[in-house]
Design a protein around this ligand. Structure first.
Ligand code: XMP
Length: 515
């Protein structure tokens, strides 16, 4: 099913909700022609919301040809108005804009609103409204500012709502989407993790054939699940390389070495390079410099590992032709949905490998959102500790120490971080938190009293955040009793720390990581 993106932030959310209904969805730009849309052979189409007025100069219109193709279509907000306008309805400014929670009165449930109550709160964001539905449509709902707030033409399988069913604040929003998908468009909820695995395994085999393939395994969810998929598809043709830069959290390298290998059976090469990284970072406190050094050293180590693997493979007359990357769907969408060109993203990615590597990319997660990657990982038997792991930056604890990255500072941070993680897990809060960086302010000291004596120790910062995609975030309101346990344990058990502080800044203005 295709989501036509009219340029607001909602298209991704719609695609996610459709997939939550177990229907595969892809986002396409509104500039795609009807022929291009139909060439993808969609089973259904949703026209998303957008920031324009359908009357504004240059506002994207919908080609009425789309509605003659026999494909079920649902318009949402701007998409709803554009649909009404294209089919001969009347769209105008009513003088009453509606933003946020808005009451809607249902006059006929039809297919779309079946089983939903006569009065419901929906989430709206519009100035224009549909005043009269196009010929052949039945009006299903109205609101104070939208004389026609929902309509459908069951015969032509065309549907629309003024509100945003994809937003959780719309009561029954998911039900409305599912009515369109299942009852309106006749789709089955069969986009499931086992189907994704089966499909991807086949695609990977077709792409790789007999060639050798390598994967930089960071220990994060994405690279682990990508590697597990490729391993399932081509087994021993895959070699994973984990660069142990000494900046991982407590127990992480062991977890990859032991649990991941046991669960998936991958060939794993671990390059222990702690001295190299700490040597290069000695005396450095500037965040950007740290990131550059870590990135540069990572590439060198990876190139060494690659050379060794190529040398070994060469002896067997096989070449390493492919590199596995854990690129996710939001990355693809944000970089313009670009197909084809193998452009390894380097931002925020310590695995940002140089572009002169002569590999073709294997990106088995390119069509998936994070939660789907986790579901696929579980299906493949990747250990839960890895699958449910919160995002962790490539440069690791190196960018969570404000000050110099030394073995001593890393050890302090590792112990504090392990306590915070343990208590958050014990309190059952992992699901609510996107991630919780723990940051050591190695450059700061404050006076305290521990036991009978004066201390002059370092503060630690807890940075729990809630987010959908890490682009924006809010600080998570953790229960005081959990914060209290974390604070007490850290100051008792990590002698060098005498103060625990909580970061209550959203993003923006603060980024999630401190450096
Ligand atoms: P910021 O700090 O920019 O982080 O708000 C957004 C998300 O990205 C993660 N992050 C990184 N991930 N390499 C990574 O693989 C990096 O260099 C990097 N820097 C930040 C961060 O943990 C958060 O999830």
């Amino acid at each position: 099913m295709l989501v036509v993106d009219f340029g607001a932030q909602y298209a991704q959310l719609i695609a996610r909700r459709v997939r939550e209904a177990k229907v595969y969805s892809e986002i396409v730009p509104h500039t795609a022609t009807v022929d291009q849309l139909l060439a993808k052979d969609p089973a259904a189409i949703i026209l998303s919301g957008g920031p324009s007025s359908v009357y504004a100069d240059g506002a994207p219109a919908v080609d009425p040809k789309l509605f003659d193709a026999g494909v079920p279509v649902m318009g949402i907000c701007y998409g709803f108005q554009a649909m009404a306008q294209a089919l001969g309805g009347d769209v105008a400014r009513t003088g009453l804009s509606e933003f946020g929670g808005t009451d809607v009165d249902v006059c006929a449930t039809g297919i779309l609103l079946d089983g939903t109550p006569a009065h419901q709160v929906t989430w709206m964001s519009h100035g224009d409204a549909v005043r009269a539905a196009p010929p052949g449509f039945e009006v299903l709902a109205t609101s104070a500012g939208a004389p026609v707030a929902a309509f459908e033409d069951r015969e032509r399988r065309l549907y629309g709502v003024q509100w945003h069913p994809e937003v959780k604040h719309s009561e029954h929003g998911q039900a409305v989407l599912e009515h369109f998908l299942y009852d309106g468009a006749g789709l089955a909820p069969d986009w499931t993790a086992d189907n994704v695995v089966a499909e991807q395994v086949e695609a990977i085999r077709a792409q790789i054939g007999d060639a050798r393939v390598i994967c930089a395994l960071s220990g994060g969810v994405d690279s682990a699940v990508a590697a597990a998929l490729v391993q399932k598809a081509v087994g021993d043709q895959l070699t994973c390389v984990h660069v142990d830069h000494g900046l991982m959290r407590a127990g992480e390298v062991e977890q990859i070495e032991r649990d991941f290998v046991a669960a998936t059976g991958v060939n794993l090469v671990i390059r222990h390079e702690k001295e190299r990284f700490l040597g290069a970072l000695a005396g450095v406190t500037d965040p950007e410099q740290k990131r550059k050094i870590i990135g540069r050293e990572f590439i060198r180590v990876f190139e060494d590992a690659q050379r060794d693997i190529v040398a070994e493979a060469g002896a067997h007359g096989e070449e390493v032709k492919f590199l596995v990357q854990g690129t996710l769907y939001p990355d693809v969408v944000e970089s313009g949905g670009g197909e084809g060109a193998a452009n390894i993203k380097s931002h925020h990615n310590v695995g940002g490998l140089p572009d002169d590597l002569t590999f073709s990319l294997v990106e088995p997660l390119r069509t998936l959102f994070k939660d789907e990657v986790r579901a696929v990982g579980r299906e493949l038997g990747v250990p839960e500790e890895i699958v449910s792991r919160q995002p962790f930056p490539g440069p690791g604890l190196g960018i969570r120490i404000v000050g110099e990255v030394t073995e001593h500072n890393l050890e302090i941070l590792r112990r504090a971080d392990a306590i915070a993680r343990e208590e958050l897990t014990r309190a059952g809060l992992d699901g609510e938190i996107w991630q919780c960086p723990v940051v050591l302010l190695a450059d700061v000291r404050s006076v305290g009293v521990q036991g009978d004596g004066r201390t002059y120790g370092h503060p630690i910062v807890l940075r729990p955040v809630s987010s959908e995609d890490a682009m924006t975030a809010d600080w998570t309101r953790l229960p005081y009793d959990v914060l209290s346990v974390i604070s007490t344990r850290i100051t008792n058990e990590v002698r060098e720390i005498n103060r625990v502080t909580l970061d209550v800044t959203s993003k923006p203005p603060g980024t999630i990581e401190w450096e």
